[in-house]
Design a protein around this ligand. Sequence first.
Ligand SMILES: NC(=O)c1ccc[n+]([C@@H]2O[C@H](COP(=O)([O-])OP(=O)(O)OC[C@H]3O[C@@H](n4cnc5c(N)ncnc54)[C@H](OP(=O)(O)O)[C@@H]3O)[C@@H](O)[C@H]2O)c1
Length: 218
Amino acid sequence: MKIAILGGTGSIGEGFALRWAGEHEITVCSREADKAVKAADEYKDMLLDKGLSCSAIGGCTNDMGIRDSDVVVLSVPYNGVISLLKSLIPHFNDQIVISLVVPMKKNEWFEYTPPKQGSAALEIKDILPKTVKVVSAYHNISAKKLANLELRLDYDVVVCGDDEKAKRTVMKLTEEIKTLHPLDGGGLSSSYMIESLTPFLINLAIRNGFSDLGVKFV
Ligand SMILES: NC(=O)c1ccc[n+]([C@@H]2O[C@H](COP(=O)([O-])OP(=O)(O)OC[C@H]3O[C@@H](n4cnc5c(N)ncnc54)[C@H](OP(=O)(O)O)[C@@H]3O)[C@@H](O)[C@H]2O)c1
């Protein structure tokens, strides 16, 4: 599959590129082509240094990456993602778009700050063409842990989406990241529940002296 990671130069984008590069064609995307190419080269070197396989990994601007992809990962902060997507609308057709975007702010503690649609995923669905299939996942996975290939990621990943086939595709991509466990979280209207867990987990971690908490349902 061709996977474009928008904002793939950042914290959590790195982990997805490293974890999926063995099986898929990865495009690290950025607002700046040079920055994307540099990050893609670094990720490739990291994989080769570890003796891991790397089918194809390259870098380009966000618009070029979207055009040629089956799956687009939105690895961009909430405060930039909506205006970015509005500028990129002509480049979308029928891709699966994965939103891991969490709208939140820090006052004394972290707070979930959803838009009027109820969640980032629903707002993103609203602005993209109707042919795009938005799936929501990975909000509670730590960027640091995802990028650490030595770590066993024993976490559940709740996946929400209105298009069943697209949701299954994202669940399959999740299973490929050893040992994440995908769970069907229902339609996209449920995304707010899982997005809002992220600031809660950060607060729990701070209050209780942990770092990078994830979720496992038992
Ligand atoms: N970090 C985590 O542990 C984590 C966990 C779960 C979910 N998430 C979600 O994943 C998304 C990315 O998080 P992150 O920590 O990886 O973010 P980040 O490192 O701060 O940023 C990722 C990339 O987004 C691009 N970007 C930043 N500001 C932008 C703007 N105003 N407009 C357009 N592009 C912009 C940048 O790429 P270029 O400069 O190369 O364009 C940057 O490298 C967020 O929505 C976050 O809620 C993060």
